[in-house]
Design a protein around this ligand. Structure first.
Ligand SMILES: [Zn+2]
Length: 205
């Protein structure tokens, strides 16, 4: 692609670094921005920059947050004794979209994957054990992807929580998932949370 303006070329290259955006789409977006008022484009770039600079992670559940404690943890209408363990913030969004879950979350920040060099120490596991010890949590729901890594992580967590007076369940994963939790359609995901199983019955399969 040949440009007569280095300014446009730079902008196209920045957009093309986004996942799923090729050079052609990037050019279309840039040309669209060129048609806007400069003040509008200024606002666009400021919103993006502010989002990146000011985003925080909830001190309790590690979800993205505007405050020290996220809006889910701070809500009075959520069941505080119920915690759903997920891999990342996209899973939180997927489960929230079902509108069928009324407990809290715990975002691990990944799953155990020796191949990728991710061990338990790199994940938010210690803080989960602390929460279960200190916050009167009665049930931990494992909502991790149905992969070897997901199973390894569930096994590790269940051993860590074994001595504590807490029920451990897993989302029903016999139902066909698209692989990753976030790709499951809302109905399927909602049903699998409602029909969650005790960990023992899952492990025996
Ligand atoms: Zn939180």
């Amino acid at each position: 692609m040949i440009f007569s303006s280095a300014l446009i070329e730079n902008a196209v290259n920045e957009f093309a670094r986004m996942p799923g955006i090729g050079k052609k789409t990037a050019l279309r977006l840039v040309l669209h921005l060129l048609k806007q008022e400069p003040s509008q484009v200024q606002q666009f770039s400021e919103v993006i920059a502010r989002m990146r600079q000011q985003i925080r992670f909830c001190q309790q559940c590690h979800n993205v947050s505007d405050e020290d404690i996220c809006s889910i943890c701070a809500s009075h209408s959520r069941k505080k004794e119920l915690v759903c363990v997920v891999e990342n913030i996209r899973d939180v969004m997927a489960i929230e979209n079902t509108q069928q879950y009324n407990g809290l979350y715990h975002v691990l920040g990944g799953i155990i994957s020796p191949i990728d060099g991710i061990g338990p120490d790199q994940l938010n596991i210690h803080s989960l054990v602390e929460r279960v010890q200190q916050q009167g949590i009665t049930e931990v729901i494992m909502a991790l992807s149905p992969t070897i890594e997901g199973d390894t992580t569930i096994y590790y967590l269940s051993k860590k929580l074994k001595e504590l007076p807490v029920k451990i369940t897993t989302i029903a994963r016999g139902i066909a998932f698209g692989g990753e939790l976030e790709y499951a359609d809302e109905m399927t995901l909602a049903r699998s949370i409602t029909n969650r199983l005790p960990l023992e019955s899952y492990m025996q399969k």
